[in-house]
Write a protein that binds this ligand. Structure first.
Ligand code: FNR
Length: 468
């Protein structure tokens, strides 16, 4: 069985590490990266005798959860040290638990978010820890919906009259010069682990000349001490830095308060994210999405900083693009379907009662390619193409459809987690090499020229563009 490591960071500096079974990353590069790391970790644990299958699968879920929680609770309290399969290792400020669970046990843990097992020992950190764990190790890609970027065929130019060295990836976005049309899309903030990820990825963005997005700054609203987890300006003094806030949260704040939040982290612009699908599946999610457009119009008029309206994996339709344009919005990140399914992530966290809803909507959304092309009809200044972008050829295809940058979230995170800084840099080396190659072979010297090259649109993408 393939096994992947999961982490759950607890308030108070305690970390739970759990090996989970049965997760199957969907695409080759993820599989290679995640499994290579998982197999190394699994082999180490084999050597250390840490594997355990203690809870029979046939037992009723509640009883199994209780047994599991009791087992982990005991381990967290240190009373189970030395017991086979559950080991507590002390370290400054807390303990470090390593255990191994079946897929069913994993679901139980994710569902209860470890609350029962701690029993007052420590508050469980926010769902952010779950999100990171599932994004890194879970099987949370779209299942049948693809980005449809594969439906875009760039036309081979056998006489390009270009030298590889001449290909110029640089572009200007939101007033900043980037060395390549790439964004490391917003993911995290608010925890010590998020701080590490943000700082590593921001440093890479700075070194490579990419844009960098912070995750939702909601945690900062409640706790200004979380500022350090978003503070990346020292690592990325010149990078195009995007702040991030949900439209529902922004709607409850004055424009001045929102501006203050953006300025606290020194961002150049604010991404306001839209995520109704994941919220509806999330147990504790928002249910009232009224007033979103007026919040956006207000911020567009009053913020005094560029505003990017961003989805989170379900895409922006032509109709929504028209409404955004009508509200004065100039920049969008389509964050379309085909990459990370946030409904999928929330489904993995859902209670058994809520799970069927998530299963039904796992593949909901507008494929990234369709969303880019639909938005391109509305003349936005900037279109970020995020959502399942996993290669330089994907970036080239998105640019050929009218995007200005390709955005990458989960694959960048996975590359960092599995290969550290060097692994992540190697991942982006590959993306850039593929993009350059696609540009040369299409006869495009710059990203802007790529937006004008001939391309063929095939398959389901034709229907999206014909019918909508
Ligand atoms: C995200 N994403 C996200 N988006 C956002 O606007 N605010 C946020 O706080 C987060 N948090 C977050 C956490 C993690 C772990 C991931 C992987 C992603 C969504 C992200 O920016 C992007 O829109 C989608 O994930 C689709 O892109 P990928 O993952 O398919 O490249």
């Amino acid at each position: 069985m393939q096994e992947l490591e999961r982490h759950a960071e607890l308030d108070g500096g305690l970390e739970v590490r759990v090996l989970v079974g049965g997760a199957q990353p969907r695409c080759d590069e993820r599989r290679t990266q995640a499994l290579a790391a998982a197999q190394r970790q699994s082999a180490q644990r084999d050597q250390q005798g840490l594997h355990l299958r203690a809870v029979p699968v046939a037992e009723p879920l509640a009883r199994r959860q209780n047994a599991l929680h009791a087992r982990l609770g005991a381990a967290l309290h240190g009373s189970n040290q030395g017991q086979k399969g559950v080991r507590s290792r002390g370290h400054a400020g807390g303990g470090n638990l390593i255990a191994d669970f079946s897929a069913d046990e994993r679901r139980s843990l994710v569902t209860r978010r470890y609350q029962a097992l701690c029993g007052g020992l420590a508050d469980i950190s926010s769902r952010k820890a779950d999100h990171l764990d599932l994004a890194i190790s879970g099987d949370v890609g779209f299942r049948s919906t693809t980005t449809l970027l594969e439906c875009v065929r760039l036309v081979h130019d056998a006489l390009p009259e270009l030298a590889y060295e001449e290909i110029d990836l640089s572009t200007t976005v939101l007033g900043k010069r980037l060395r390549a049309p790439l964004l490391i899309a917003g993911m995290t903030g608010g925890t010590a682990r998020a701080e590490h990820i943000n700082r590593e990825l921001a440093a890479i963005a700075e070194e490579r000349g990419y844009a960098f997005g912070l995750g939702s700054q909601r945690a900062l609203l409640k706790n200004r001490q979380a500022l350090s987890t978003y503070a990346v300006r020292d690592m990325a003094p010149s990078a195009l830095l995007l702040g991030n806030l949900g439209v529902v949260q922004a709607g409850q704040m004055s424009s001045a308060e929102v501006l203050e939040l953006v300025q606290l982290v020194g961002a150049d612009a604010l991404c306001v994210h839209l995520n109704p699908a994941m919220e509806l599946v999330q147990e504790e999610g928002d249910r009232d999405f009224r007033g979103g457009l007026s919040t956006i119009a207000r911020l567009q008029a009053e913020l005094g900083l560029p505003l990017v309206v961003k989805e989170t994996g379900c895409g922006i339709s032509g109709s929504v693009a028209a409404r955004l344009k009508g509200a004065g919005v100039r920049h969008v990140d389509v964050s379309g379907a085909g990459g990370t399914s946030w409904v999928g992530v929330e489904t993995e966290r859902a209670t058994p009662a809520r799970r069927p809803l998530g299963e039904a909507f796992w593949d909901w959304g507008i494929p990234t390619a369709a969303s880019v092309a639909l938005c391109a009809r509305h003349g936005f200044d900037t279109i970020f193409a995020t959502g399942g972008v996993g290669s330089g050829l994907d970036v080239a295809r998105a640019l050929a459809l009218g995007a200005h940058l390709g955005g990458i979230a989960r694959f960048a995170l996975q590359a960092l987690e599995s290969g550290g800084r060097d692994g992540c840099l190697a991942f982006f080396d590959r993306i850039e090499a593929e993009l350059r190659t696609a540009m040369l072979l299409s006869g495009a010297r710059t990203p802007a020229e790529l937006g004008r090259v001939p391309r063929l649109i095939t398959g389901e993408l034709v229907e999206w563009l014909r019918q909508l």
